[in-house]
Design a protein around this ligand. Structure first.
Ligand SMILES: Cc1ncc(COP(=O)(O)O)c(C=O)c1O
Length: 445
């Protein structure tokens, strides 16, 4: 008797549910539940004898899924949401069933080859040669950590002043993950003040760099999370080169826009960076979780990473082993959904989808400008817009945001910009309808 016999009826229900969800998307009214409600509805679900498959799956469809935020709905405009393509979702399901070990070539050569094609597409967009390469990791935080570790190893191989604590230079708009990475690495951060658009200039970076003693990496934003700013990449690349330090570009959100020739020019200078990250699960239309980490010279990634152990001695070191390029060993071939989607739709479809989101953001910004009672504060920078209402108090704004979220009308949340409370929109979904969004925003005015 099989230890875990398959339950065909439940499997069919799962596939049916997945197909419906991919075709029709989530219910925008879904959202977090309190722990007490979840406790009430799910207590006793793990039992010695197990529930029936139907009962177990009903917990997922009726309790778990509705208690999650519907990030890929076109009305989800907070944080950096998601908009995976149907093809990428489909491949994610197949990938789960294929159970590929993609940590090394031996376990996952076919999948790794495909992932490397997707990474090469990105490296090529950055203007990098075939010396470039990397790996898909779980998210931007892990990508930043792995890149900065490689930067430190590279720095240490060329500088012999280990007595000094090492420093990461980034802008005051750098993502919170850089601070988290610094803590893990026991490094300190030196912050460069940004201009009124949230951009770090090379001259401001130089000033801070020249009064610091052990900066091993400059982290540039290519699409800052809060405001969409792209730092002065050509200037920072020249500065990094002059000082012989690593330039890492955090493009977790923004670098997706390299996929369109219309927005690619905004990233000029990236050719000279040493590493970048971009999350396909943000604006590259792939599901959670994936971050493409790419090194301009992949060998520098391999110098810093990789694990050794007697049980790994049989691995073929002459082939591409993804575990050599980041902090991990076992890994899912999480780049495959992006690869499959690129193969299915073609890269032109990506350029068009990026252009479409940019024009939706532009249309929303124009509408805000034209609306009495609303004021455009910043943007759009890429697809991030900051704006405020001139009529409601900060508490009323919170109430408004909560009401829109609960009703499923719009997920648009407040943030802080230059000490004032503003509302923030970030568009990553080509299906977002500017007119609809403006209709909801009108209720603020
Ligand atoms: C610019 C930037 N960097 C890094 C991250 C961290 O990425 P993740 O949430 O995938 O760890 C984010 C996430 O929003 C981001 O916007």
């Amino acid at each position: 008797m099989k230890a875990f016999p398959p339950d065909k009826v439940t499997l069919e229900r799962i596939f049916e549910w997945a197909r419906d969800r991919i075709e029709n998307g989530p219910d925008p009214r879904n959202g977090a539940q309190t722990n007490a409600v979840l406790q009430d509805r799910m207590s006793g679900s793990i039992t010695t004898k197990g529930l029936s498959g139907t009962e177990a799956f009903a917990l997922f469809t009726d309790v778990i899924a509705p208690s999650t935020r519907p990030f890929n709905h076109p009305t989800s405009l907070a944080f950096v949401a998601a908009a995976p393509t149907p093809a990428s979702f489909g491949m994610d399901i197949a990938l789960s069933a294929a159970e590929i070990f993609a940590g090394n070539w031996d376990g996952g050569s076919g999948a790794i080859h495909a992932e490397n094609q997707a990474l090469a597409w990105l490296a090529n967009l950055a203007g990098w040669s075939d010396k470039a390469g990397g790996v898909f990791v779980s998210g931007g935080t892990m990508g930043n950590l792995s890149a900065l570790h490689a930067a430190r190893v590279s720095y240490r191989s060329e500088h012999d002043n280990p007595a000094l604590g090492l420093q990461i230079l980034c802008s005051d708009e750098a993502h919170s993950s850089i601070e988290a990475v610094a803590k893990v690495m026991d490094a300190t951060i030196v912050k460069v003040p940004t201009d009124s658009n949230g951009v770090m200039s090379a001259s401001a970076a130089r000033q801070v760099l020249e009064s610091s003693d052990a900066v091993f990496v400059i982290v540039a934003n290519a699409g800052a999370t809060n405001c969409g700013a792209i730092d002065d990449l050509p200037g920072l690349a020249a500065l990094a080169q002059e000082k012989n330090i690593w330039l890492h570009v955090d493009g977790a959100y923004g670098l997706a826009a390299m996929a369109s020739p219309h927005t690619r020019t905004a990233f000029n200078g990236i050719e000279k960076a040493d590493s970048f990250i971009v999350d396909p699960h943000k604006w590259l239309f792939a599901p959670y979780d994936s971050c493409a980490l790419v090194y301009r010279d992949a060998a520098k990634g391999a110098q810093a990473h990789g694990q050794k152990g007697a049980y790994l001695d049989t691995l073929d070191k002459s082939e591409w082993n993804p575990s050599d390029y980041a902090l991990h060993l076992t890994r899912r071939a999480r780049g495959l959904p992006l690869w499959f989607s690129l193969v299915s739709y073609g890269t032109d479809a990506y350029a068009t989808a990026i252009d479409q989101t940019v024009s939706v953001a532009n249309a929303i910004a124009e509408g805000i400008k034209a609306q009495d009672g609303l004021e455009l504060v910043l943007g759009p920078q890429l697809t991030v817009i900051l704006f405020k209402t001139t009529r409601l108090s900060p508490t009323e704004v919170d109430d408004w945001a909560e009401k829109q979220r609960r009703s499923g009308a719009l997920l648009c949340l407040p943030t802080t910009w230059r000490d004032q409370k503003v509302l923030r929109i970030c568009v990553v979904n080509p299906q977002t309808d500017a007119e609809y969004v403006l209709g909801v925003l009108k209720t603020l005015a």
